[in-house]
Design a protein around this ligand. Structure first.
Ligand SMILES: [Zn+2]
Length: 210
């Protein structure tokens, strides 16, 4: 019975340790002993590995797990650092400038990225149906919320897709093409006046609505 053998093994180990108190070595001592008999130790380890493939597999798995756990921790720390930095307006402005320069130097790459971005936009829009679009147009009386124009109207993300906001009834506004170009990826707080902003939020979720 393997269980009984295991128990016996543990008992033997304890007994052996009690009988050989001096043979218990610290990791430091163990390392020193390894350095002294390096070649012999290496050979022994090689043989052990050959004879214990299952133990080697488990060892590798534990090693891999430890590595990935640490990588997750590293990434989380990186994300935190980034968030902290982006709260700094000067840093943000500098980043933006750098991005602009990069786009100038890599026009083809930038175009490809923009194409992917648009594809993503279309994907997000799938959840926002034609009925939703009709709802938004009626809500804003078929007029640009910004300038009142009735020409070249489009549905605009109040909170931009680039910041991760999907198009929903509560995040959709009607703008003409010109105003939409001006709003671009700006947050509503950056684009509208305070009065306009209040009006916008009132239209989107009036306090009397359930
Ligand atoms: Zn307009």
């Amino acid at each position: 019975m393997p269980h009984k053998d295991q128990k016996k093994g543990i008992t033997n180990t304890i007994k052996w340790r009690e009988e050989h108190p001096k043979k218990l070595e610290t990791p430091q001592e163990r390392r020193e002993r390894y350095e002294l008999n390096k070649e012999k130790e290496k050979e022994q380890y090689r043989l052990w590995r050959l004879n214990n493939p299952e133990k080697v597999r488990l060892q590798n798995e534990r090693r891999k797990k430890r590595y990935h756990e640490n990588i997750e921790k590293e990434r989380e720390a990186g994300r935190l650092r980034h968030r902290k930095l982006m709260e700094n307006e000067t840093h943000k402005a500098e980043k933006r400038k750098k991005v602009k320069e990069w786009v100038k130097q890599n026009p083809e790459k930038a175009k490809a990225i923009q194409r992917r971005y648009r594809a993503r936009k279309i994907q997000v829009k799938e959840n926002y149906t034609a009925t939703d679009e009709q709802y938004t147009l009626e809500l804003f009386e078929y007029k640009c919320f910004c300038c009142g124009s009735t020409h070249d109207l489009c549905i605009d993300h109040v909170y931009p897709l680039s910041a991760g906001y999907a198009l929903t009834r509560k995040n959709a506004c009607v703008l003409c093409n010109v105003c939409n170009g001006g709003k671009s990826n700006k947050m509503p707080e950056e684009f509208y006046s305070s009065d306009k902003l209040t009006e916008l939020f009132f239209v989107l979720s009036p306090p009397y609505a359930s």
